[in-house]
Design a protein around this ligand. Structure first.
Ligand code: PXG
Length: 463
């Protein structure tokens, strides 16, 4: 009798009977059984069968400082012992939340003064909607109600987060809330590969101006966007895009929200992605990396423009969560930020590991399957292409991305497939040697995918 396998089978059976997973086709999951992750350290996770896997997705884009950071455990233990919970509603506050708000404002810069806390990215984007509408109503312009977002954006999975997002499959289940409009995403490689990249960036930003004029300037409250789209497949806009978006928002006096849930806390080599891509949002959504996922925490960094109006003229803001400013989550966030600072992880991503990964992805581009390989900081993506030279993709129903993802899993690597876009966002603690190790696993998965495709007669180029 194999006790390890028995354990796995038992847990899988109970999982299948009782645990409804997010974004999961349960018939498919039950047939295969879920992979049970039992422990983790640094950039690696282990499953119940003892397989060691390099986690090139940082959990779900969140474990920035890597697994096994004892300082975070200690911070949680200490805070749990002293004050495990208290709310911040009725003229009460707690020390970790106060210190964290101060710290985040300091990292965000001059433009900002306050932080509103939640427990997730989705909740934080709900807060954004409530906040911008309350802002305009306070200024006597309640008809400024609509928020413009982008196709293929991801802003969460609550009704508001899902509606803000631009994922058709999500909109199709349950409909959308009113007052949200979408424009096309700035995806150069798919939409206009032959156009000059910078010119495309300006043109893509122009779709915002078109939409504002179509809706009527006096109807638009805000524009929201991820500095780099994450769940949409690591879509890196041309460098001209965000400054032009900023110019358009300024021109029409529209609030700018950057959803920094993935880009925040060092992912692309700055504390916040907007600091790299060249814009100054009025509001910034954060979650994930603020605690490196060790505990749930999210929030909104509020710029002075919005904070002043809400505080001086807005009266009571009828909004908040039981866990807004949760003391344990905030204590863990402070310890997490301390690690990022002491280890110089933001600078390491900007000056060392980010450029090193860029160089490696530059080389990866010569693989026959790899199209449009690009990186920014420690986010990277490429498209599996049938015929790169002629820009021909595989048919969606072939599920080539999933084939490649399967080979990654099989070889001990977690890499995400978004359609045929293969994406990574490894922990910020990853070393150059570990990047080499990750690249070797990526090549192996690509070669195995290529061999499969050749065997099925779907690709003729020799490996
Ligand atoms: N904004 C952004 C930019 C995100 O990436 C959220 C908001 C929502 O955060 P919460 O904490 O409510 O999940 C996210 C979350 C994927 C994937 O498939 C990405 C996310 C969540 C689930 C799956 O890449 N990002």
């Amino acid at each position: 009798m194999n006790t390890i396998t028995d354990f796995t089978n038992d847990i899988q059976a109970i999982d299948s009977a009782h645990f409804m997973h997010p974004f999961t086709d349960h018939k498919g999951l039950s047939a295969k059984g879920a992979r049970i992750i039992t422990k983790a350290d640094n950039i690696y996770i282990w499953d119940s069968e003892g397989n060691k896997i390099l986690d090139a997705m940082s959990g779900l884009w969140c474990v920035n400082v890597g697994y096994g950071q004892q300082a975070l455990v200690d911070a949680a233990t200490k805070q749990m012992t002293e004050l495990p919970y208290y709310n911040s509603f009725f003229q009460t506050t707690n020390v970790p939340a106060v210190k964290l708000a101060e710290k985040i404002v300091q990292l965000a810069g001059e433009h900002y003064s306050h932080v509103f806390f939640s427990s997730s990215g989705s909740e934080s984007n709900d807060t954004n909607i409530r906040m911008v509408r309350h802002y305009w109503a306070t200024l006597g312009q309640p008809e400024r109600f609509t928020i413009i977002s982008r196709n293929n954006a991801y802003h969460g999975s609550t009704m508001a987060g899902m509606s803000l997002g631009g994922m058709g499959g999500m909109h199709a289940q349950g409909g959308m809330i009113p007052g949200i409009a979408h424009i096309e995403q700035p995806y150069h490689y798919a939409l206009a590969p032959d156009e000059d990249r910078d010119a495309f960036g300006i043109r893509a930003a122009g779709w915002l101006e078109d939409k504002i004029l179509e809706l009527g300037v006096d109807k638009v409250a805000a524009f929201i966007g991820e500095p780099i789209q994450g769940a949409g497949g690591v879509i890196i806009p041309p460098k001209t895009y965000w400054p032009e978006i900023q110019r358009i928002c300024d021109k029409y006096d529209i609030l700018l929200i950057c959803d920094e849930v993935i880009c925040g806390f060092g992912r692309i080599g700055k504390w916040f992605g907007s600091q790299l891509v060249g814009c100054k949002p009025d509001l910034m959504t954060f979650a994930k990396g603020v605690t490196s996922g060790y505990l749930p925490l999210g929030g909104v960094v509020v710029g002075k423009r919005v904070a002043q109006v809400l505080i001086e003229k807005g009266g009571e803001f009828n909004h908040g969560y039981t866990y807004s400013g949760h003391p344990v989550a905030c204590a863990v966030a402070l310890a997490n930020i301390d690690i990022i600072e002491k280890q110089g992880l933001v600078e390491q991503v900007l000056n060392e590991t980010g450029p090193y990964l860029a160089q490696k992805y530059g080389e990866l581009a010569s693989h026959p399957l790899v199209g449009g390989a690009e990186t920014i900081g420690l986010m990277a993506g490429f498209v599996l292409m049938r015929d790169k030279a002629n820009h021909v993709m595989f048919e969606e129903e072939l599920g080539v991305g999933m084939i490649c993802r399967g080979h990654c899993f099989g070889n001990g690597l977690i890499m995400r497939a978004v359609g045929d876009r293969m994406i990574i966002a490894p922990p910020l603690v990853i070393s150059k040697t570990q990047i080499d190790e990750m690249m070797a696993l990526i090549y192996l998965a690509l070669d195995k995918t290529l061999a499969d495709l050749q065997q099925q007669g779907l690709m003729k180029i020799a490996a």
